[in-house]
Write a protein that binds this ligand. Structure first.
Ligand SMILES: Nc1ncnc2c1ncn2[C@@H]1O[C@H](COP(=O)(O)OP(=O)(O)OP(=O)(O)O)[C@@H](O)[C@H]1O
Ligand SMILES: [Mg+2]
Length: 390
C-alpha cells in the first residue's frame, strides 16, 4: 500500500496533535501539514497552503460546540481539492452534523475519540476503492475464508480453493492467519518459516524475500504458514496491511484462511478481499452464527462482499436454500457436498481432495474457483480464445 499523505485541519491544538499521532501511527499514512483555522473562501491563504501540500487525504475535525464553520470549510475544500479525499472527525451524538458533512462532500466520517484502527480502516477503504477505480489489473485478487462457527470447514475450503486456483491459473498464494495454523497439516508441508518471520522482516521485505518465507506445494501453490503454537504478540493491523499489499502485488490470487478468529485481523483481511466466503453448515446454530459474523464484518463496510458457502451440504425437507440465505442474511454462493470419509482421510494423510481428481467434492472446489474468477478479464479472454480454436 503506497503511503498516503494527510493534511489535518483542526482548530483545537490538542486535537491536532492527537490526530497527527494517530495518522502517523497507522504506518500507511503520514501527516504532511496541519492547519489551525478553517478556510471560509477560496481566496483564503489556508486553501492555497492545503492545495500545495497535494495531499491524498484532508482530515477535518468538526468541533462539537461549533460545527458550522468546519462544515462550510468541508464544502469549500471539496470544490477546491477535487483530487483529495475528505475525511471528517466528529461526534456520533450529532447525526445532523454527520449528514451535513457527508452532503458537503466528506468521504468518511470517523468517530471522536478516534483510534489508529479507525483511521487505518478508513485509509484501507480509500486505497481499495482507488485501486478499483483505476482497474489495476496487475494486482492480485484476494479471497478471505471465515467460519460462521468453529469447525465448519474454513481450512478445507481455503486449501482446496487455493489448489484449484493454482491448477487453473497458476501464481496462487495461500495465507494462514488462523491463530493456530492448520493449512500446512492439510497439505503435508513442513514450513521452515511462518507469517511471523515475514512480519519481523517487513522493513526489508520484497517479493523474493517474501517467497523465501513461503513453502511451495507440489503443484506450485505457495503457502505462508500460520503459527504452530499460539502467539502472544500479534502483528498490528498496519503490519498485516503492508504484508497483504505486497502479497497482492506479487500473486495473481491470494486465498486467506481466517478460520474462526473474529478480530481486527479478520476485519482487515475482509476489508482487503474482493470476496469473503463465509463457511457454514445448514443448521440453526451455524446459520445464527453466520448472521452474527456477517454483522460484525459489515461494521467495517463489507456487507456486499460476504457470500455464503454451505459446507457438508445436505437437503433438509421443508428448509430451502433461500431459507438458509434469509437466516444468515448472506447470499448463497456455493454448496459443498458432505463427504466425511473423503475429507477426513484427505486431512489425515495430507493429500488434499483436489489431488484426488474426478471425485464429486474435487469438482465442487474446481467449480467454486471458476465461479470466483469468471469475471476476471484475462480469464474471460482465455476462455474466448480457447473457444475460437475449437
Ligand atoms: N465437505 C465436508 N464433508 C464432510 N466433512 C467435512 C467437510 N469439510 C470439512 N469436514 C470435516 O470437518 C472438520 C473440520 O474441517 P476444517 O479443519 O477444514 O475446519 P475449520 O473450520 O478450519 O476448523 P477450525 O475452526 O478448527 O479452524 C474436518 O475434520 C473434516 O473432516
Ligand atoms: Mg481451520
Amino acid at each position: 500500500m503506497p503511503e498516503l499523505s494527510v493534511v489535518i485541519v483542526a482548530s483545537d491544538s490538542e486535537q491536532r496533535t492527537v490526530l497527527q499521532v494517530l495518522v502517523d501511527g497507522t504506518s500507511v499514512a503520514h501527516a504532511v501539514h496541519t492547519c489551525a483555522s478553517y478556510p471560509v473562501a477560496s481566496t483564503d491563504p489556508v486553501v492555497r497552503r492545503i492545495q500545495s501540500a497535494n495531499a491524498d487525504v484532508v482530515l477535518v475535525d468538526i468541533p462539537a460546540d461549533n460545527p458550522s464553520l468546519a462544515l462550510r470549510s468541508i464544502e469549500l475544500l471539496h470544490q477546491e481539492l477535487p483530487d483529495s479525499a475528505l475525511f471528517v472527525i466528529g461526534s456520533m451524538t450529532q447525526p445532523q452534523v454527520i449528514v451535513n458533512a457527508m452532503r458537503a462532500g466528506a468521504r468518511e466520517f470517523v468517530e471522536r475519540p478516534s483510534t489508529t484502527t479507525d483511521l487505518l480502516e478508513a485509509f484501507v477503504r480509500l486505497t481499495t476503492a482507488q485501486r478499483k477505480g483505476r482497474r489495476e489489473e496487475s494486482r492480485g485478487k484476494m479471497f478471505t475464508i471465515v467460519n460462521a462457527k468453529g469447525g465448519s470447514g474454513s481450512t478445507t475450503v481455503a486449501v482446496n480453493l487455493a489448489l484449484a486456483l493454482q491448477a487453473s491459473h497458476g501464481n496462487t498464494a495461500l495465507v494462514d492467519v488462523a491463530q493456530l495454523g492448520h493449512c500446512a497439516l492439510h497439505l503435508n508441508l513442513k514450513p521452515l518459516f511462518t507469517m511471523a518471520d515475514a512480519i519481523r522482516n517487513l522493513h526489508r521485505l520484497d517479493s523474493s524475500l517474501l517467497e523465501s518465507f513461503m513453502t511451495r506445494h507440489g503443484g506450485g501453490m505457495q503457502l505462508l504458514a500460520g503459527p504452530t503454537t499460539p502467539v502472544t504478540a500479534e502483528p498490528s493491523t498496519a503490519e498485516y496491511a503492508k504484508l497483504f499489499d505486497l502479497l497482492v502485488s506479487h500473486f495473481r490470487y491470494v486465498v486467506v484462511d481466517a478460520s474462526t478468529r473474529l478480530d481486527a485481523t479478520t476485519r482487515l483481511v475482509s476489508n482487503l478481499a474482493q470476496v469473503v466466503l463465509m463457511v457454514a453448515h445448514t443448521d440453526v446454530a451455524s446459520l445464527w452464527s453466520a448472521a452474527r459474523v456477517q454483522q460484525y464484518l459489515s461494521e467495517s463496510g463489507n456487507r456486499e462482499k460476504v457470500q455464503l458457502v454451505l459446507n457438508r451440504f445436505r437437503k433438509i425437507p421443508g428448509f430451502s436454500e433461500s431459507d438458509a440465505e434469509a437466516a444468515a442474511g448472506v447470499k448463497l454462493l456455493w454448496k459443498i457436498p458432505n463427504q466425511y470419509f473423503a475429507v477426513s482421510t484427505a486431512i489425515d494423510r495430507g493429500v488434499p481432495l483436489l489431488q484426488q481428481n474426478h471425485t464429486e467434492i474435487a469438482r465442487s472446489f474446481t467449480g467454486l474457483a471458476a465461479r470466483l474468477t469468471e469475471n476476471d478479464l484475462d480469464v474471460k479472454r482465455k476462455a474466448w480464445s480457447l473457444f475460437k480454436t475449437v
